[in-house]
Design a binder for this molecule. Structure first.
Ligand SMILES: *Cc1c(COP(=O)(O)O)cnc(C)c1O
Length: 346
């Protein structure tokens, strides 16, 4: 039995075509010039595959919705912020599978301009036909979702409640499987990735990758994430906890230590969803040198961290670095002012 057959015991729906491409960022390398320090940069394009505009939440939804269907659910309730990529991709997945979708959205970011409130992800949520519950600043989203699920049950229906970001151990299996995918691509490209860099929000993506490498008997210490939500310590603790629970679903023989989880907290700026100058520079550089889109909330801040680390010479000469592009492009349309140097077209 191949190691990765372990995933087959979990019900799953197919939402992306895989493997997602790995591309060398040659023009960006050239743009960095002497600052590059002779490292090699690659992007794994989890931003492009599949439906709904794509993004990392699809790999989680494959397992979450697989379980929802197995248990006979007809409705998915997803929690998130107003511009949640997870909510958007849950809505798209439900549309594809003929399920009802209800989104319980809270105001996680202090922005009230119309772009933030009505453009980007929320526009797409509506196109996908999701029913939106706008809770404003209310912190009781979980209670609301559970109460709504109970109400649906009393009507003879059955809802699956997916927490913010889909970062349960089951959802994180999506990125454990992705670790196997990266390993295979690494062989076929004859490139050992010395570092894997990504954004960390609800932590399931980093946790899943860590669990996947551990299940292959490798230390996941080469994965570095930049927290955009919690502070460094909280984020590391959450990542380790989810990674351990995910690994337990896969295999009881391996374990994970605190030192296996590298989370950095220094790109978050003033808080979740609040732009930083380094994020704006990173989004611009990637767009103008490669024609690729980062997002303002997650991957833009993580890529800013990677650029800073490269410029500080933190990586050995000759090292290959894989940046995980996690999607979130609709968020750009909710942050027009952060990128608008001219203050509007005349
Ligand atoms: C959710 C998200 C992340 C972070 O993934 P987590 O598993 O929540 O840590 C990164 N990038 C984008 C675009 C996202 O939507």
């Amino acid at each position: 039995m191949a190691l990765e057959d372990v995933f087959e015991k979990f019900p799953k729906v197919e939402l992306i075509s895989r493997p997602t491409p790995i591309e060398r960022l040659s023009r960006l390398e050239a743009a960095l010039g002497d600052q590059l320090g002779n490292v090699r940069l690659f992007a794994k394009r989890d931003d492009v595959a599949g439906l709904g505009g794509g993004g990392n939440k699809l790999r989680k939804l494959e397992f979450l919705v697989g379980e929802a269907l197995r248990s006979g659910c007809d409705t998915i309730i997803a929690l998130g912020g107003r511009q949640s990529n997870f909510a958007r991709l849950t809505a798209a997945t439900a549309a594809r599978l003929g399920l009802s979708c209800e989104l319980v959205l809270t105001q996680a970011v202090p922005r009230c301009d119309s772009g933030y409130q009505e453009n980007g992800n929320i526009l797409l949520d509506r196109l996908f036909g999701a029913h939106i519950h706008d809770l404003g600043k209310a912190s009781s989203a979980h209670e609301f979702a559970n109460a709504r699920a109970a109400e649906l049950r009393s009507q003879g229906r059955k809802a699956f409640v997916a927490s913010s970001g889909g970062s349960s151990p089951l959802g994180s299996l999506g990125y454990a499987a992705c670790a196997f995918e990266i390993q295979k691509q690494s062989h076929s490209l004859h490139t050992q990735f010395d570092h894997i860099v990504l954004a960390n929000g609800s932590s399931g993506t980093h946790a899943g990758l860590a669990a996947g490498f551990a299940a292959m008997g490798e230390s996941p210490g080469h994965i570095r994430s930049y927290s955009v939500l919690a502070d460094e310590e909280q984020s590391r603790a959450a990542t380790l906890e989810i990674a351990r629970a995910t690994l337990e679903l896969l295999d009881g023989t391996f374990s994970l230590q605190n030192t296996d989880i590298d989370v950095r907290g220094d790109e978050r700026g003033d808080g979740y969803g609040i732009p930083t100058a380094a994020m704006v520079e990173a989004v611009r550089l990637m767009a103008s040198s490669e024609g690729l889109l980062l997002d303002p909330v997650y991957s833009g801040k993580a890529f800013a961290g990677l650029l800073r680390a490269i410029r500080l010479g933190e990586f050995c000469s000759g090292a290959s670095i894989l940046f995980l592009m996690t999607g979130g492009v609709p968020g750009l349309f909710a942050y027009r002012d952060a990128f608008d140097v001219r203050g509007g077209d005349k």
